[in-house]
Design a protein around this ligand. Structure first.
Ligand code: NAP
Length: 200
């Protein structure tokens, strides 16, 4: 099974890289802007087209890439929202719209949202907007996508690996460990479910 992981060098991506690397039937292919087997900027559709043309047919796309802007609401500018949309939302939507044509029959796409559209923290409004949109997109796309393809999104809580820097903003949250996070992505890649948001 050829699996393309985008964002493998990040806090989340490292968990997924380590997990998928240990699965013998997976041939793991990595990409990000600055590292990996291929370089891609997911917010640039031409870059995403070039990525899939270079990678060739695959069986799974897993995205741990993209970012949102954290700022106090009174300081949020339209450009901050635009940046969040272009990176985490449009970037992952690009992976779906372009990547669907590179997937073999029965293949899967797994995106990443996050807890911040269900529970709220200071400065988290752009994340709430993007995560909610991603989950709606995935739920609808699952009905329309052809070729026996499946599409899901994983919504992690704050990760243990980010806790040192996140703890003061996420007071009262319990960070999620690597094993349950990886399990959600594994379930999406190897399971039969589609259109789901897997909350961990
Ligand atoms: N960390 C958490 O606790 C947490 C919790 C819930 C959800 N999430 C979500 O998980 C995702 C990853 O978070 P993270 O904390 O792992 O971020 P991170 O540590 O900043 O890593 C981001 C990864 O994505 C790549 N990347 C970033 N922008 C890209 C772009 N435009 N095109 C291609 N690759 C790009 C980066 O590599 P390059 O710089 O080389 O491109 C890096 O590999 C985000 O959507 C975040 O909202 C994170």
């Amino acid at each position: 099974m050829r699996c393309l992981l985008i964002g493998h060098t990040g806090t989340l991506g490292k968990i997924l890289y380590e997990g998928f690397s240990k699965i013998p039937e997976i041939e793991l292919i990595t990409a990000s802007r600055q590292a990996g087997d291929y370089h891609v900027a997911i917010d640039d559709s031409e870059s995403v087209k070039a990525l899939f043309a270079a990678v060739g047919p695959i069986d799974a796309i897993v995205s741990a890439a993209g970012s949102t802007v954290f700022k106090p609401f009174s300081a949020l500018e339209p450009a901050d929202i635009q940046q969040s949309i272009e990176s985490k939302l449009q970037g992952q939507v690009n992976l779906v719209l372009i990547g669907q044509h590179a997937l073999n029959k029965g293949g899967s796409i797994t995106l990443t949202s996050g807890i911040l559209n269900r529970e709220f923290i200071p400065q988290g409004t752009s994340s709430a907007l993007v995560n909610g949109a991603l989950e709606a997109f995935v739920a609808a796309a699952a009905y329309e996508i052809g070729g026996g393809l499946r599409i899901n999104v994983v919504s992690p809580n704050a990760l243990v690996g980010s806790w040192e820097s996140y703890a003061s903003s996420f007071r009262g949250f319990i960070p999620v460990g690597d094993a349950p996070v990886f399990a959600a992505y594994e379930k999406s890649v190897f399971g039969i479910m589609t259109g789901q948001t897997f909350i961990v």
